[in-house]
Design a protein around this ligand. Structure first.
Ligand code: HGY
Ligand code: MN
Ligand code: MN
Ligand code: MN
Length: 406
């Protein structure tokens, strides 16, 4: 009932845009690669018979009109932007499977009551500006003009990048959706649970909340050869000690994860004691109370260590997304859809963040996971098999039909 070959061809074709020598994919928001990927995705939406539009912040939306336009639509969303040197499935599979489901519903002569919109959200990853889920925040009505002041490493703000990309950030409030019946997202698991259980697909119970912070430590630059160790105020040595402590704090809780993914050293000379360092912290847990506890301990460690070493410090929030449970009702619908899809229901949490989180106050959210080979993602080695992608898309197809009352 869905056309797996068509889905797979599109996945491979889209994965060529932004391809790196490593085999990975880099498609940062508001870049030519992102623009080209949107154009190709829009062509797939048109092939699927959808009405295609782009909103003020760059969300690409393919709409299939329902027989009862009075009813609030169902949204099937994900993203086609990537991290640096990422994979071709993260996000893209969710958008392309949504298009495939709607095209197959058309092919099979089915008329849905509700309208359905497939959305490729702007900048889910936050890779360029350190602030993500921009498009889904806009559609959920929570994106603020001040959020667009985040800048990339060249000092270009989100607002400027949107304008350069021909978008209209001043109209961001118009991107907010008035009413949504339900939000569905299919995504690769990016972890090892499904593979460890020998399962192709899973039903997501909840999504771990990412807290991103920027730590700035300032000490005193000096001559690497002429400055005795006891007279130094070296912020990089302090950062190193803190990174070990951050790892220990996160490891002291069963479900908490913390990552230092970015580190800048100034001025960055071999024979200069650094004057300043900046590093990022990505802290997550599915339990908000635990994440808060870990955050308090990390902030305390920064303060204590810096005071002892006469280093000044600043901790700034990049983004703070609360852990988000998935709708029990939608989990039940996906469970029922497992029957015609010929799979056993498997339930698991998501360690990765997703656009779905932004709709927690707007409508019920449901997610389907597709097995990731060795749980690898955000890497050129990210891979899911054609069979697993097809099975996930089949489950999404049956879930949509059930949600539409069939
Ligand atoms: O960071 C994440 O969890 C997602 O890949 N944006
Ligand atoms: Mn083609
Ligand atoms: Mn990702
Ligand atoms: Mn993703």
């Amino acid at each position: 009932m869905i056309q797996g070959e068509r889905l797979w061809h599109r996945l491979m074709e889209l994965g060529e845009i932004g391809k790196q020598d490593s085999g990975g994919v880099t498609r940062l928001s508001f870049t030519p690669e992102d623009r080209n990927a949107k154009a190709l995705t829009a062509s797939y939406m048109k092939e699927a018979g959808l009405e295609v539009r782009e909103d003020a912040v760059g969300n690409l939306i393919g709409r299939k009109e329902g027989s009862n336009p009075q009813l609030a639509p169902i949204i099937i969303g994900s993203h086609i932007d990537t991290v640096y040197d990422g994979g071709r499935f993260d996000g893209a599979l969710g958008v392309l499977s949504g298009i495939e489901v709607l095209q197959s519903i058309g092919d099979n002569g089915i008329i849905l009551q509700r309208s359905v919109e497939v959305v490729a959200f702007t900048d889910e990853e936050g890779a360029r500006f350190g602030f993500g889920m921009i498009g889904s925040r806009a559609m959920a009505g929570t994106l603020k003009a001040s959020d667009l002041a985040h800048c990339d490493q060249e000092g270009v703000s989100i607002q400027e990048a949107m304008l350069q990309d021909g978008l209209n950030p001043a109209e961001l409030k118009k991107a907010a959706s008035s009413a949504i019946h339900a939000y569905l997202e299919l995504h690769i698991e990016q972890g090892k649970v499904l593979e460890s259980q020998g399962k192709q697909v899973g039903i997501v119970t909840g999504i771990s909340g990412p807290l991103w912070m920027k730590v700035t430590l300032e000490g005193e630059a000096g001559h690497a050869g002429a400055t005795p160790m006891r007279l130094r105020r070296d912020p990089l040595a302090v950062a190193a000690a803190l990174m070990v402590e951050i790892e220990q704090i996160a490891s002291s809780y069963p479900g908490t994860v913390a990552t230092v993914g970015k580190l800048q050293v100034y001025p960055g000379g071999i024979n200069i004691i650094p004057s300043k360092v900046e590093f990022s912290i990505d802290l997550r847990d599915i339990d908000a109370v635990i994440r808060d506890q870990a955050e308090v301990r990390i902030r305390k460690a920064i303060q204590t260590t810096c005071e002892a070493r006469e280093i000044s410090w600043d901790v700034e929030d990049y983004q703070r997304v609360p852990p988000t449970p998935c709708s029990e009702d939608l989990q039940a619908v996906i469970t029922e859809a497992c029957i015609p899809s010929g799979v056993d229901p498997v339930y698991l949490p998501s360690g990765a963040g997703h656009d779905a989180m932004q709709f927690r106050e707007v409508c019920p959210i449901g997610m389907i996971f597709v097995r990731s080979r060795e749980g690898i993602s955000h890497s050129p080695s990210e891979w899911s098999t054609q069979e697993d992608c097809e099975k996930g898309t089949e489950l999404l197809y049956h879930t949509l039909l059930l949600l539409d009352g069939r």
